[in-house]
Design a protein around this ligand. Sequence first.
Ligand SMILES: NC(=O)c1ccc[n+]([C@@H]2O[C@H](COP(=O)([O-])OP(=O)(O)OC[C@H]3O[C@@H](n4cnc5c(N)ncnc54)[C@H](O)[C@@H]3O)[C@@H](O)[C@H]2O)c1
Length: 314
Amino acid sequence: MSQNKFSKIGIVGTGVIGASWAAYYLSRGFDVSATDPAPGAEENLRNLTRSFWEPLGRFGLAKGASLDRLTFDADLGKALAGVEFVQENGPERLDIKRQLLADVSAAIGDDAIIATSSSGILISDIQDAAKNPGRVVLGHPFNPPHLIPLVEVVGGKLTTAETIEQTLAFYTAIGKKPIHIKREIKGHIANRLQAALWREAFYLVDQGVASVSDIDTAIAHGPGLRWALLGPFMNLHLSGGAGGIGHVIDHLGPPIESWWRDLGDLSFTPAVRAEAVSGIEEELKARSLDAMTRARDDVLIQLLSLKSATPTLP
Ligand SMILES: NC(=O)c1ccc[n+]([C@@H]2O[C@H](COP(=O)([O-])OP(=O)(O)OC[C@H]3O[C@@H](n4cnc5c(N)ncnc54)[C@H](O)[C@@H]3O)[C@@H](O)[C@H]2O)c1
């Protein structure tokens, strides 16, 4: 097994996330062996990977990449024979994840890595169920993993430093943008950042400050445009002219702190839910949901292509 590149990838669980990962690994030229006990899982997986192939082709397929290199076996042990890197995408339940880690680790070599896609379960809470806990790590993608480059990587208490290094190097080598989370935290990083924004968005609607539609406009036609290109710190640095982020903090720090203290806090009460649902219904009166979703995905692919062709952007 080479340090950064494995030849055969195991996909455990082929639902929304597993099927998308499978298509991505196939597009990067790997043999992919998948497993899922659900009736009709293989047909569903093959249909989904086929439907993802055209957008993946727009980024260029790796040499030798082929949908024919996908194999499927509902028997987990048989599917994972000879696999060097497993991407686990089973149901988000502690007991199921623990059982899956026990089963997966029994089926693979001691040196193989198990990366779980879990959105919220801590590695430290599940890795001791595996035969070799040092090789268990988080590899949390953003939906859909065949398009969105970010993968969040974090080890649990028993994960070795070598596993984390190899996982980061592997994801980088296959064209992903992994980040290393230094310590386990609920919701990882990107979902926490999204949650901070959602909290204020729901709060502003609940307080009658603006409509759902205007808040969507504020982000999609405002800061969101730059957030797709640079992150919050670098954008702030660029806002500061020659003095950069240090100047912004000196200059705007006090008002920003006063906004922080004024930010809202709320729960999803029935009223908050109803306001969001009716706001979305209102917003959708002007356009077709299907057409809008297709356009979002199409423009996203164009944006990703532009970004990957612009090496001066991070
Ligand atoms: N949906 C998202 O936006 C998203 C984003 C990032 C990460 N995740 C994470 O990815 C994982 C999968 O989520 P999803 O949205 O694809 O769920 P999903 O329900 O679409 O897929 C789960 C799949 O696991 C299969 N499964 C059940 N028992 C199994 C077993 N014993 N062995 C193998 N497969 C089994 C199910 O049949 C199903 O196909 C979860 O851990 C979730 O937190 C989800």
